[in-house]
Ligand binder design. Structure first.
Ligand SMILES: Cc1cc2nc3c(=O)[nH]c(=O)nc-3n(C[C@H](O)[C@H](O)[C@H](O)COP(=O)(O)OP(=O)(O)OC[C@H]3O[C@@H](n4cnc5c(N)ncnc54)[C@H](O)[C@@H]3O)c2cc1C
Length: 98
């Protein structure tokens, strides 16, 4: 169990979480992304993603995830692979247990 204050804490390592992580870490705020299972979410199961801008030939969901992960962590985003089981607010700061 880890009990540590971050702001923001991003739960879920799918495209939404990785995007939030990219914005937070680029802005220089102390954020952490906590995701259960493999980072990447549902899109990792897509054989070919054909509707993502910038990839006219399409890209596999797994490759897309790898790129999202690389981009999100480039600016120092901390990531932890585990399930969030509880969320608590302590004195205005967000704290989660995982
Ligand atoms: C087979 C398949 C093919 C697809 N193809 C396409 C496509 O071609 N184009 C397209 O635009 N969309 C596609 N989608 C849809 C796309 O994958 C989703 O819209 C997208 O993944 C949603 O992203 P998200 O980050 O909101 O959620 P998710 O991808 O669901 O990610 C949420 C993450 O949060 C994690 N999580 C949940 N609860 C907890 C917890 N308590 N603690 C820690 N982690 C937690 C989950 O494990 C997951 O990794 C496809 C989906 C599937 C299943």
């Amino acid at each position: 169990m880890v009990d540590k204050a971050h702001d923001p804490i991003i739960i879920g390592g799918g495209p939404a979480g990785l995007t939030a992580g990219l914005y937070a870490s680029r802005a220089g705020v102390e954020s952490v992304l906590v995701g259960k299972e493999i980072i990447g979410g549902q899109i990792t199961r897509a054989e070919l993603v054909e509707n993502h801008p910038g990839f006219p030939q399409g890209i596999s969901g797994f490759e897309l995830t790898e790129l999202m992960y690389q981009q999100a962590t480039k600016y120092g985003l901390e990531t932890i692979t585990t399930e969030v089981t509880q969320i608590e607010l302590k004195g205005g700061a967000r704290s989660s247990t995982y």
